[in-house]
Design a binder for this molecule. Structure first.
Ligand code: ATP
Length: 276
């Protein structure tokens, strides 16, 4: 069980900069699916890197499963517990085949050969790249590449997976594949931290954290967060079409609250007394 805990974290990359992360505190429990939304430059990726121990706080504390990211002896342990998947899948591969790429991380982690083979088989099967193990990563489609990258992280048996705009470079099919994989990992109890600009993706999560100027300005359940879409509209976020329609209905008194599941909303509309 790995809880993520950030306590009064301040961070800047250089002395000359203003704070990139300012007095940020958050606790994320094992098994949660948290979307991290925010405007460009608000510090989302920096927060992810602080949690993954790629960066350490200038002041304050970040702990993962009770281990401080400041403790040099725990860095590799933390990175295994909290694996990261990045935006550009092409930057994540180091080996000539998917199989060797997954094996590379395991070798670095000192996993014995028999165990390594088991883990490669199980991680690749879980994300549906078991038939691509001998393929060259650069020849895969975008969605396949991201799933192969996820398999590499998954083989290290993380409790937490951090997706930093992992679908941003994918076409709709690739996005769908990666979102389905995230959903499946969440169902298996892995904590999902998903940095995204896509509200459709955030609708899938349990909790939404919204960052601005290095601070968390909203932290609530997704159902609650999406009850106030004007918060997003004011910040130039593009609402999913079915939420835009609901916004008009709410504003005109035809509906009292927002439903985040499109099918459920359509069903309720069809059975409602206020059918138009
Ligand atoms: N290596 C670095 N050195 C100096 N400043 C940096 C570095 N990386 C990021 N920054 C600055 O830190 C701030 C926050 O960047 P970060 O990437 O965390 O934001 P973000 O919310 O993820 O942005 P985006 O949505 O555009 O990806 C930005 O002003 C950025 O210019």
């Amino acid at each position: 069980m790995s809880t993520i805990e950030c306590k009064n974290v301040f961070f800047k990359y250089t002395d000359e900069q203003d704070w990139i992360i300012q007095d940020l505190s958050i606790t994320i429990k094992q098994g949660e699916w948290v979307s991290i939304l925010g405007t460009n430059g608000s510090g989302k990726s920096t927060l992810a890197r602080l949690i993954n121990a790629l960066l350490t706080p200038t002041s304050g504390a970040v702990t993962v499963a009770g281990k401080s990211t400041d403790d040099e002896g725990e860095i590799w342990n933390i990175r295994q517990k909290a694996g990261m998947v990045f935006q550009n899948p092409d930057h994540q591969f180091v080996a000539a085949t998917v199989r060797d790429d997954i094996a590379f991380g395991l070798e670095n982690a000192g996993v014995a050969r028999d165990e390594m083979l088991k883990r490669i088989a199980s991680a690749s099967e879980r994300v549906g790249v078991d038939d691509l193990l001998f393929a060259e990563p650069h020849r895969l489609s975008g969605g396949q590449k991201q799933r192969a990258a996820i398999a590499g992280v998954l083989a290290l048996q993380p409790d937490i997976m951090i997706f930093d705009e992992a679908t941003a470079m994918l076409d709709p099919k690739g996005r769908k594949e990666v979102m389905a994989t995230m959903k499946q990992l969440h169902e298996r109890g892995i904590t999902i931290l998903m940095i995204t600009h896509e509200l459709e993706e955030a609708l899938e999560s349990d909790r939404v954290v919204f960052m601005e100027h290095g601070k968390i300005i909203n932290d609530s359940k997704a159902e609650e967060f999406f009850q106030k879409p004007e918060f997003l509209v004011e910040r130039d976020f593009h609402l999913p079409y079915f939420l835009q329609v609901q916004k008009h209905l709410v504003e005109n008194g035809f509906q009292t609250n927002y439903l985040l599941d499109e099918d459920e909303w359509v069903k309720s509309l069809c059975t409602s007394n206020s059918r138009m």
